[in-house]
Design a protein around this ligand. Structure first.
Ligand SMILES: [Zn+2]
Length: 435
């Protein structure tokens, strides 16, 4: 039986209805003003006092970092390499199937509760074979979200195992869980490794960190006499639809290459500020019509706060509030939905007939008049800083109900704490062994 949310405010980043309904099964069937609602074949959900919008997409995250929360890991900082080597590479190296699965549960539950139902993940773990399948089981099968998964190929790991894991997962062609070909970053990938990646890549898009810190760019110039994006282009790796993450320390020639190869850039402003590596140059990307998607880099499990961070940081960076406005946000939302729709083979981002029923209900009584032309402003200034939908639907399935996931998923979430402790113990053992 189809579901009908009635008596709600409805907004899909395009049309706004002040008192309306939306009817859906796996896909949206229809929407309209309440006076036009005449169906008696639906399960009715009362949307009074709620705003209904399409659910959101995270463009770059690291599920494996879920267990960094509360991890007491101190180290001396000299450069960005210390953050990689002494924080993230210590953490990911100790991940096994059980901890990968439970970090997937935690990350996906936290995301869906924050209104994010499509998760583009960039994964690394000491246990390589089968790791992406564990993530898929957690994120897609257990929590019910959509995801795209990639293993960060790196010279830190057994390269053959990384290549095989990416290729095997991509070739499975799971519904709701495509694979991208994952690569860590220029500074951890030799020429030989990139040649081997090219042999296995075919036309699959890559997912990679690009010039997150100046070190990545300096290392590339020193070792190869060229810039990071030029290096990937020379190896023939920039397939259309590739996700180049950060792209902080790149120049105009590299931006031209990104545009030429139809890649997208995933910006992660909070993570960049936290790591003190810089602030994205959004206007330079916009100028070249490079599609931009926004990630959280695993630092949070939200995307709305990243949209806010991107606006505020862009203003500081350019010393003008004109560097990023709500029109830019609307454009990023459109580009993100277009990218994710193509990647996943579903239509996301509108409450129109034929689109996937990925939507959410936000408790919201507008304190000022609300209409199509200012609804995005209501969202950005009234809701994005504390974005807690009461109900979330993915492909029509009621995944978050009255702010909670179902009981089996809550149990899996509670069990994650033991998995996290196991991971921390394993890291301590590794540290002891290497001393
Ligand atoms: Zn990242």
């Amino acid at each position: 039986m189809p579901k009908a949310i009635v008596n709600a405010r409805i907004y899909d980043f395009d049309e706004y209805i002040d008192h309306g309904y939306v009817v859906f099964d796996e896909t949206i069937l229809e929407k309209g003003p309440m006076e036009a609602f005449d169906r008696d074949d639906c399960t009715i959900i009362d949307g009074s006092g709620h705003l209904v919008i399409p659910s959101l997409v995270i463009g770059h995250t690291h599920i494996y970092s879920a267990f960094a929360r509360g991890w007491e890991n101190s180290f001396e900082y000299e450069s960005f390499m210390d953050i990689l080597e002494k924080q993230w590479w210590r953490l990911d190296a100790s991940h096994e199937h059980d901890t990968i699965y439970h970090s997937g549960i935690v990350n996906a539950v936290d995301h869906v509760k924050n209104g994010v139902t499509t998760i583009l993940d960039h994964h690394a773990s000491g246990t390589i074979a089968g790791s992406l399948e564990k993530l898929r089981k957690a994120v897609v099968d257990t929590v019910g979200a959509r995801g795209a998964f990639a293993f960060e190929t790196s010279d830190r790991f057994d390269v053959e195992a990384c290549l095989a894991e990416n290729r095997a997962f991509i070739d499975e062609r799971h519904p709701n869980a495509p694979g991208l070909f994952g690569l860590h970053a220029s500074l951890s990938l030799s020429e030989e490794t990139l040649r081997r990646v090219k042999e296995r890549l075919g036309d699959t898009p890559i997912h990679i960190h690009v010039a997150e810190s100046e070190l990545d760019q300096q290392d590339c110039l020193k070792r190869y006499g060229e810039r990071v994006v030029e290096r990937f282009a020379r190896h023939g790796l920039l397939n259309p639809g590739s996700i180049l993450t950060h792209a902080l320390h790149i120049n105009d020639a590299e931006r031209d290459l990104i545009a030429e190869h139809d890649c997208v850039v995933a910006l992660n402003p909070s993570s960049n500020m936290n790591n003190a590596v810089g602030i994205p140059d959004y206007p330079a990307l916009r100028k070249r019509d490079i599609p931009v998607i926004v990630g959280n880099d695993g630092l949070t499990s939200s995307v709305t706060t990243e949209y806010q961070a991107l606006m505020f940081a862009s203003h500081v960076q350019a010393k003008t509030p004109e560097a990023f406005d709500l029109g830019d946000l609307a454009r990023i939302l459109d580009e993100t939905y277009a990218y994710a729709s193509k990647l996943l083979g579903v239509r996301l981002g509108r409450l129109q007939a034929g689109y996937a029923a990925d939507l959410l209900m936000l408790p919201y009584i507008p304190p000022t008049p609300m209409r199509a032309s200012n609804a995005l402003g209501h969202l950005f200034f009234g809701l994005f800083n504390s974005f807690k939908p009461s109900d979330v639907f993915i492909g029509g399935k009621h995944v978050v109900k009255d702010f909670e996931v179902d009981a089996p998923t809550r149990e899996a979430y509670a069990a994650a704490k033991d998995a996290a402790q196991k991971l921390w113990n394993q890291i301590e053992r590794q540290k002891g062994a290497s001393r």
